[in-house]
Design a protein around this ligand. Structure first.
Ligand SMILES: NC(=O)N[C@@H](CC(=O)O)C(=O)O
Ligand SMILES: [Zn+2]
Ligand SMILES: [Zn+2]
Length: 346
């Protein structure tokens, strides 16, 4: 038996949704993670400090008795966001980041930003107070190929914004390309990047070869194998720029297995076991704590969790539920396509 104990991990990019879905998925994350950055793309989005506070209360109510889990709240940046409301929500300790969705880039992003000049005062205030901007880094221009949208975003949007707003701290969320990894590595301490579990496992063939697999469709869409390999190298390197953000994004089977299926993979249930598998396969198990438990808090200027999580490898393949029940249609748990012998110890 092989065993590893790490500080209790955090998830620096998570979708918990609301209502019945929130109740169904919150325990899946709270079981293994100490904290999570909670994405604000609800309908309507979490725009103000007051909305974030109310959403935080709903999350806390959805947690199982005795759960040791802290939701870290995020405001959704719109062209009408008030810099003073953002500053107050940060000063009170409620809000840990602001999220930039280019309008139309992904699930529930219609209220996102079209004109970057309009959000300049908010970004300047954030640079002043050290509040990170989490970025969904894809352009939305119809002429840009979906597989190129991340790389083009860096050139056309991210780099100009960073030049214009000195000192802005940015997390490039769910980075999916070698270009993204290289850009992040070329930047200083004010730039971080999250990497998802599923982008370490699938490339675009997994979505399309042998029939279309709606449960592997997410945004940014998985790229060629060369990009997946760059992500694995970055995640397992221990480089402080890179930390875990699962982007676990539940949608019901009705919404996924659909002529116009929603984007998102649900990995909250099996992420930690799968990461142990991936890191071991790379001979980098000793770097798992950096990626899942230490680099994220360092970027967000928070302490590492005092509690721990132990993973063991046995001869028996790990079992997890194939689906999580939610009212009339369930959520399918991400299938890595290989047996995983790592288990999170209770
Ligand atoms: N990643 C996804 O494919 N979907 C996310 C949105 C996002 O993170 O872009 C969702 O909210 O469903
Ligand atoms: Zn996104
Ligand atoms: Zn997301």
């Amino acid at each position: 038996m092989t065993q590893i104990t790490i500080p209790r991990p955090d998830d620096w990019h998570l979708h918990l949704r609301d209502g019945a879905m929130l109740k169904a998925v919150a325990p899946e994350t709270a079981r293994h993670f100490g904290r999570a950055i909670i994405m604000p793309n609800l309908v309507p989005p979490v725009v103000t400090g007051a909305q974030a506070s109310a959403y935080r209360d709903r999350i806390l109510k959805a947690l199982p008795e005795g759960a040791e889990f802290e939701p870290l709240m995020v405001l959704y940046l719109t062209e009408d966001t008030d810099p003073e409301d953002v500053a107050a929500a940060h000063a009170s300790g409620l809000v840990k980041a602001v999220k930039l969705y280019p309008a139309g880039a992904t699930t529930n992003s219609a209220s996102g930003v079209k004109d970057f000049d309009k959000v300049r005062p908010v970004l300047e205030k954030m640079a002043e107070i050290g509040l990170p901007l989490c970025v969904h880094g894809e352009v939305t221009a119809p002429e840009i190929d979906i597989f190129d949208r991340e790389a083009v975003f860096i050139d056309r949007v991210l780099d100009p914004v960073l030049r214009a707003v000195k000192g802005l701290r940015v997390v490039m969320e769910h980075v999916t390309t070698k270009d993204g990894v290289e850009y992040v590595k070329s930047q200083g301490d004010d730039m971080g990047a999250t990497i998802t579990t599923h982008h370490l496992i699938i490339n675009r063939n997994h979505i399309l070869v042998g029939g279309i697999k709606p449960h592997y469709y997410c945004l940014p869409v998985a790229k060629r194998e060369v990009h997946r390999l760059a992500l694995v190298e970055a995640a397992t390197s221990g480089n402080p720029h890179f930390f875990l953000g699962t982007d676990s994004a539940p949608h019901t089977d009705n919404a996924k297995e659909n002529p116009c299926g929603c984007a998102g993979c649900f990995t909250a249930t099996n992420t930690m076991a799968l990461l142990a598998h991936i890191f071991e396969a790379e001979g980098k198990l000793e770097k798992l704590a950096k990626f899942a438990s230490e680099n994220g808090p360092a970027f967000y200027r928070l302490p590492v969790n005092a509690a721990t999580l132990t993973l063991t490898k046995t001869d028996e393949a790990a079992q997890w539920p194939a689906k999580i029940a939610v009212e009339d249609s369930p959520v399918t748990v991400f299938d890595p396509g290989f047996p995983c012998f790592w288990h999170v110890q209770d």
